[in-house]
Ligand binder design. Sequence first.
Ligand code: CUA
Length: 341
Amino acid sequence: MLNQIYTKGAGLPLQGSDVAVAWDGLYWFLFWLSVFFFVLVVGGMIYFAIVYRQREGKKAKYIVDNHLLEATWTVIPTVLLLVIFAWGWNVYKRMVQPPSDAMEVRVIGKQWLWNFQYEDGRLETNKLVVPIHKPVKLLMTSEDVLHSFFIPNFRVKSDVVPGMYTTVWFEAKVPGEHQVFCTEYCGTSHSGMLAKIEVLEPAQYELWKANKPYTLSGVRTISSDIFAARRAAGESTQLKSETIPLPEQGKKLVEAKGCTACHSADGSARIGPSYKGIFGHEAELANGEKVTVDENYISESIRKPQAKVVKGFNPVMPPYTKEMISETEMNAIIAYIKSLK
Ligand code: CUA
């Protein structure tokens, strides 16, 4: 049963975040504005069709123009459209700009599941655990095809695209279980590509972090039968206890994959640029262009090293395919480079 998902707020999902409340405000404004003009226009049409219908001996008056009427139907819709634009822009900005203190979780979509990779090194499948009242930023990519990550209760959604990183962020304010859907057709089991978000009270969240049993209270807005069926079928929703923090996993990986032969971690240049202090800064390329070193740039430079070569270095690095470095490993490597301030 999709219990509760579509039962709150006059047919809308429950409002799990402040952004959801803001979106619903705009939605209902648009809805009632449309109702008002529908009644005005269609009602007026019916009224005029009846009152001014053709009758024996009555000749219609010829009206050239009416400036007051024309000004009214120009000014009022213009003001209304500008209000809708400003309101929409405002909520959109809130939706796309995560606060700088947001905690980061990396999300990898693949046919047909969601993997969540935490900063402390845990990896969980189809279950995202977050504390209540804390901004959470999801950094998402795909291992195979296009997916789309949608949390109806939080009113946020973004495409999840192979070869690049996209983000959504939210601050949950309702404890309990919230449904995640894949909302981009991605093959046979697209409709079964479900995950849940567990929003925990601070004390329970600390227990989860310490790998101890915790209790989940609050709403249940997930397709619980599907998760129950999966548990019955033996699918583990428990964490695979990889307890090494993500940056440390990345450090081990760059050593194991041989990256350190050409890239240092101390700022000295070898065959390639050093990892140190590059994240978030600009790099000058061989062709004179500038690029900000972020998740997308690092990922591209590992998969297609010749695409944007840093000035002063030769284009000699071989490309690393997904068979050589998986998206999960890529996230750890990026976290490591990011940690080298
Ligand atoms: Cu993944 Cu639809």
